[in-house]
Design a protein around this ligand. Structure first.
Ligand code: ZN
Length: 299
């Protein structure tokens, strides 16, 4: 449990969009998993990336359509009014995290403008390519929107061996909001993509997003709903450990080792498991002020 059951999360304003019918495939795990691994293998060594969450350099425009379209499902996230709803459904939890993140960042960024957030059902086109589990959650700078398919966490569990519990899910959302902060504060322009590798701007950008996520999680219980009820409960040590585990599970070296049996640091786009864990923990322990991954020789 991460949310206070009686917190009001009804104004989360998250869109649900997509061409359904893929969740079934995910439940089977075979086909879609396979698709994701193929994409990973192709891009793990090409190092192309577009601020996705998954290491190994996945890129929405490379996503291959799998599963059959069963008509579009546009609307809002259903049955998502209270913290109890957020504790009972991944979709509602990911949507509710938005309220807490926006309140947190409004405190830390002058003139903060919230990103859009779309709960992807199967797949949906975006200005940055197709959003689907083939590429995992991502932030699209062109329309300033975070795209997350809630079934991604099954994939994180099945394919990457992470527990992917409640707090790990919040970490994933907070990572994508970190990219929004980098976009609206000019970090993305100041440090443009300059290739791949453990010290590249791309990796530093990803590690900073992990650090921002850690800093947010350390302060998330301070955010309150319109009735003054804190949205979140203080995370347990086990939950923090699980979130760190999720960060490590998507390190480039872990994904490359798992999918190809060896690692190629020069192609890294997100950083190693050690790097991702370090910066998440650094943000959590020391706050936003310690998240300048561009100021250190080796992040
Ligand atoms: Zn990212």
């Amino acid at each position: 449990m991460t949310f206070n059951p009686d917190a009001d999360v009804s104004d989360n304003n998250v869109q649900r969009r997509g061409r359904g019918g893929r969740t079934a495939a995910i439940a089977g795990g075979g086909v879609v998993g396979l698709g994701a691994v193929v994409v990973l293998l192709i891009s793990a060594f090409t190092g192309v990336d577009l601020t996705g969450f998954l290491g190994g350099g996945t890129d929405p425009s490379q996503s291959q359509q799998q599963g059959t379209a069963t008509g579009s499902t546009d609307g809002v996230v259903q049955n998502c009014k209270t913290g109890a709803d957020a504790n009972n459904s991944v979709d509602c939890r990911v949507a509710s995290a938005r309220l807490v993140l926006n309140q947190y960042w409004a405190k830390h960024v002058k003139g903060y403008v919230a990103p859009g957030q779309v709960s992807v059902d199967g797949s949906t086109p975006t200005p940055c390519g197709t959003a689907s589990n083939d590429v995992g959650p991502f932030y699209c700078p062109s329309d300033q929107t975070v795209y997350i398919d809630p079934t991604f966490f099954q994939l994180l569990k099945q394919q990457f061996g992470a527990e992917a519990g409640d707090l790990a899910q919040i970490y994933v959302v907070a990572h994508e909001y970190g990219h929004h902060i980098q976009n609206i504060t000019g970090t993305m322009t100041k440090y443009p993509n300059n290739g791949t590798g453990p010290t590249s701007n791309g990796v530093r950008t990803e590690l900073q997003a992990d650090c921002y996520a850690g800093a947010f999680i350390a302060d998330m219980t301070a955010q309150k709903d319109k009735n003054g009820v804190a949205y979140m409960k203080k995370p347990t040590d086990a939950q923090i450990k699980d979130a760190l585990n999720a960060a490590a599970a998507v390190g480039d070296d872990h994904i490359q080792q798992q999918s190809a049996g060896y690692t190629n640091p020069e192609s890294w786009t997100h950083g190693s498991s050690t790097q991702r864990d370090y910066w998440f923990a650094n943000g959590y322990k020391n706050g936003l002020g310690q998240c300048d991954t561009f100021a250190v020789a080796t992040p």
